[in-house]
Design a protein around this ligand. Structure first.
Ligand SMILES: O=C(O)CCC(=O)C(=O)O
Length: 264
């Protein structure tokens, strides 16, 4: 299985329309890959909090249309990263879209853990509440977005639901790059799953982006890592390694659930 992570640049001086078209051509260039991944909020930039409302789009809006076509033109499974989604009956959501190679929407995932503590996304956007997995040929992917990477229980839930690939679009800041790499490897090791974490490049709203998209195998080995700039990271995966790793080192079977609370 070949996966290509498009670590697109999100510098402020490019219009959304231009970036959307550029992303679509980068997706088309990946024809021959099995899975292509874009990062979080790559049209608007993850840190453009003040423009979220103005730049939000309906689920089936312009990014959906361009990405559905790009997936079918390239004949690939496309995790099109996330968009600021305007729900007609609710708040904005940070929503990831996955398309099948015939351009049909296969899954939509609303980011569960919102970043910013008492400001930014945490107050401007609604929180998703559902785990989302997608069946891919011969395997299954579990979806998470950026700050979600810090919450292991979410990934355990995805693994319990059958996920073997954990796909994480992000707009991770450079200043916490060490956490990005460490957490991506931790999620892979503890869940004995592939982690495909696709970040952004450049500087957005004054925040330098970490880049360094990374793919980690179920044993925790880094299969590939991008640099800081715009780049397509392509790796070969063997989904069968998830079950062999889980059989040969069956730590997931030793989980102990429902422990008693500490005695006072
Ligand atoms: O957790 C972090 O350090 C970064 C999270 C983030 O930037 C986001 O979720 O948009």
């Amino acid at each position: 299985m070949r996966a290509s992570l498009i670590q697109i640049g999100v510098d402020d001086d490019e219009s959304i329309d231009s970036r959307r078209e550029r992303a679509a051509s980068l997706v088309r260039e990946q024809a021959g890959a099995d899975l292509v991944v874009l990062p979080e909020l790559w049209t608007t930039g993850a840190f453009a909090y003040e423009s979220f409302a103005a730049e939000a789009e309906p689920l089936e809006g312009p990014t959906y249309e361009v990405m559905a076509k790009a997936a079918s033109d390239a004949g690939v499974w496309l995790h099109a990263g996330s968009i600021p989604e305007r729900d007609p009956d609710g708040p904005l959501y940070n929503t990831s879209l996955v398309f099948s190679p015939d351009g049909q929407l296969a899954a939509a995932y609303r980011k569960i853990h919102r970043f910013g503590f008492d400001k930014g996304e945490a107050v401007l956007m609604g929180a998703g509440s559902s785990l989302v997995t997608v069946r891919l040929p011969g395997t299954a992917a579990g979806l998470a977005t950026c700050y979600d990477l810090r919450f292991p229980e979410l990934f355990r839930g995805l693994v319990d639901a059958g996920a073997e690939l954990l796909v994480i679009p992000a707009g991770w800041p450079e200043r916490r790059r060490s956490h990005w790499t460490l957490l991506a490897q931790a999620r892979a090791v503890e869940n004995q799953a592939y982690v495909l974490a696709c970040g952004t490049a450049g500087t957005h709203a004054g925040v330098p982006q970490a880049g360094h998209s990374i793919v980690v195998d179920p044993w925790g080995e880094v299969l590939g890592e991008a640099g800081a700039g715009e780049e397509v990271l392509t790796v070969e995966l063997d989904p069968g390694r998830v079950s062999t790793t889980r059989e040969q080192f069956p730590a997931l079977k030793d989980r102990v659930l429902g422990l008693d609370a500490p005695r006072r």
